[in-house]
Design a binder for this molecule. Structure first.
Ligand SMILES: C[S@@+](CC[C@H](N)C(=O)[O-])C[C@H]1O[C@@H](n2cnc3c(N)ncnc32)[C@H](O)[C@@H]1O
Length: 383
């Protein structure tokens, strides 16, 4: 513990029996009477809960003069220097000690150490609070107590809602496997570099790993351009192209109704609905509606977008345009793959009656997808 974390000060507390502490704490939280500047303390067989207003506490329906005592006590000051993970560990230990005399180490060791934040909603990873000790505990306790446990995590992370990531779905629709733990709705709004996204985290995944590529694409000036986004999802690239790149119009292909709903809501939030047409269904057929229209086609699918290369070339204007081709490639094979990709596009373009003049303008290494495997984007111009 650092010096700063040892600081104590006199606090107004209500002393309650261990067995009542959790219900009373819940009631005080609801009434907004807990003094969050202090850490709850165990005093012999009682629990000292820091409070803001003695008179209001005395008027609570549960308050009983013969059982409860209001007093001043030296308590640890909740210190900003605690990391949220330390805060979770500290608050959870105190909470669990109310109920169990046994060894808590297995539970404490399995508390979340990392999480993803989406506004007031945090998603903890699948293994956290999911070992056999936690599973046994959740079998034993009431639903109210389970909610109190999630509340402790949420408070330490300063969020209102909590969810857990189950296995990541590998299906083509990127179905989400997130389950709500605290709060009912998984609907969130994300503001990323001036672009607003909307999604229901229980229904679709958000690819936070592609942030640099979203920014790069958003930095390209697309004024006056017609774009086809062949794998639009919730609008990871569609929305930055409309909002930041100033594209004239984006035709967004998407097959998953949940992603389509998210994209529609995202477009409304950014006020760009009029410059967006969503082509619902399998892009191999929907792209046919926009043949010869586009200045640029975005192929944002992993591990490979190869199945759509021919349709993408067909979508380009007769004068040509640009393709952004996403692929997963082994690090040492990137150069060979770029050559293969550009040769294949040139060949396909010729077969489709174009000149077949291609040039690779840029290769972006987005992120490591797996050991030795890179997610890359090849920007290629085609005539
Ligand atoms: C990886 S996600 C979103 C991709 C986003 N461009 C990115 O890289 O973050 C791919 C999206 O393509 C959609 N998709 C997959 N196959 C499709 C197809 N054949 N036609 C239309 N949409 C498809 C999925 O539903 C999913 O929303």
């Amino acid at each position: 513990m650092t010096e700063a974390t040892k600081q104590v000060d006199s606090a107004l507390v209500v002393l309650v029996d261990k067995s009542d502490a959790s219900t009373i704490r819940q009631s005080l939280t609801t009434m907004k009477l807990i003094d969050d500047n202090f850490v709850i303390k165990e005093v012999n067989s009682a629990i000292a809960i820091p409070i803001l207003d003695a008179e209001k506490v005395k008027k609570s329906t549960w308050f009983d003069n013969t059982k409860h005592e209001i007093n001043e006590l030296n308590l640890l000051i909740k210190n900003q220097k605690y990391t949220p993970a330390e805060q979770i560990s500290q608050d959870m230990t105190l909470y669990l000690k109310q109920y169990f005399d046994s060894d808590l180490s297995g539970l404490i060791a399995n508390l979340p150490q990392k999480w993803e934040l989406f506004g007031d909603l945090a998603i903890i990873p699948n293994p956290a609070m999911n070992n056999s000790q936690w599973q046994d505990l959740f079998e034993l306790i009431t639903q109210e107590q389970e909610q109190e446990i999630w509340q402790i995590i949420a408070q330490a992370l300063r969020v209102e809602r909590l969810a857990r990531q189950d296995k990541i779905a590998t299906d083509m629709m990127r179905t989400s496997q997130v389950k709500m733990l605290l709060g009912n709705s998984g609907e969130v709004e994300i503001n990323d570099f001036g672009v607003k996204f909307w999604l229901d985290v229980t229904k679709v995944m958000f690819s936070s790993g592609n942030v640099t590529e979203r920014h790069r694409i958003g930095n390209i000036d697309m004024s006056g351009e017609i774009i086809v986004d062949a794998f639009a999802g919730i609008g990871y690239y569609t929305l930055p192209m409309l909002v930041r790149s100033n594209a004239q119009h984006v035709y967004a292909c998407e097959i998953n109704p949940n992603s389509i709903k998210a994209l529609q809501n995202g477009a409304k939030l950014n006020n760009v609905e009029k410059r967006l047409t969503i082509l619902e269904g399998d892009n191999l057929s929907t792209m046919q509606q926009v043949y010869s229209l586009a200045d640029r086609v975005h192929l944002g699918i992993l591990p490979s977008s190869k199945k759509t290369w021919q349709s993408a070339i067909n979508c380009l204007k007769p004068s040509g345009g640009k393709l952004h081709i996403h692929m997963n490639v082994e690090e040492e094979k990137i150069e060979d793959f770029v050559t293969y990709c550009s040769d294949s596009i040139a060949k396909l373009a010729k077969q489709l009656g174009r000149e077949g003049i291609v040039s690779v303008e840029h290769v972006e290494k987005v992120k490591w997808y797996a050991p030795r495997i890179r997610h890359i984007v090849i920007d290629i111009s085609v005539k």
